[in-house]
Design a protein around this ligand. Structure first.
Ligand SMILES: C[S@@+](CC[C@H](N)C(=O)[O-])C[C@H]1O[C@@H](n2cnc3c(N)ncnc32)[C@H](O)[C@@H]1O
Length: 170
């Protein structure tokens, strides 16, 4: 499942494992190529400068997605972040849909059981403190850098301190 888009083109395409896999439009291929590139640039570029690199996905979903056009299955943001050549030191995934969270957990247990992964099930708007508590504490001896991927259906920024808000349209 490891990929590298610096040395060779990333392979987004993956097997249908029968678990919950939401459908997306064909634009998803471009989105996931960009996400994979950014994950890799960040995780590799920062690995020597920081003691702990933390990946946070606030709207993680299921880890795989199916293209509406053609039905091929692609790796989605959580599995792309886990598959970078220089993995993050910790991963935190928040998701409020039970079936998406179950599929994500099953996939990660199967492919990345050796990684330091934390799951937060529920509304990321309400669970800010729980999510922040899972980030290692920065100190002068422990430099911690977080990469937070925010990929909601639509976004409404919450003016409240330390908050964010999202909601689905329609
Ligand atoms: C656009 S999708 C994210 C796609 C994901 N980044 C991927 O690559 O597959 C948005 C996801 O956020 C979840 N979601 C929506 N509102 C949420 C909230 N307030 N807190 C946590 N998850 C939420 C939805 O269930 C959905 O799985």
């Amino acid at each position: 499942m490891k990929h590298s888009i610096v040395k060779e083109p990333v392979s987004l395409y993956t097997a249908d494992d029968g678990l919950y896999t939401p459908e997306i439009g064909s634009w998803g291929v471009q989105k996931y190529n960009l996400v994979a590139l950014y994950d890799e640039l960040f995780s590799t570029g920062m690995k020597k400068k920081w003691n702990r690199r933390v990946y946070i996905d606030l709207f993680a979903c299921a880890g795989k997605a199916r293209l509406k056009d053609g039905g091929k299955v692609v790796l989605a943001s959580p599995l792309l972040a886990l598959g970078v050549p220089d993995p993050f030191d910790r991963y935190i995934f928040c998701e409020n849909d039970r079936k998406a969270m179950n599929a994500l957990q099953t996939r990660i247990r199967k492919h990345y059981s050796d990684r330091d992964v934390h799951f937060v099930e529920g509304d990321c708007n309400e669970l800010v403190d729980q999510i922040i508590a899972k980030i290692p504490r920065y100190s002068k001896d422990l430099k911690v850098l977080s990469f937070c991927f925010v990929d909601p259906f639509s976004l409404i920024l919450n003016p409240a301190p330390r908050g964010w808000r999202s909601e689905k349209k329609g």
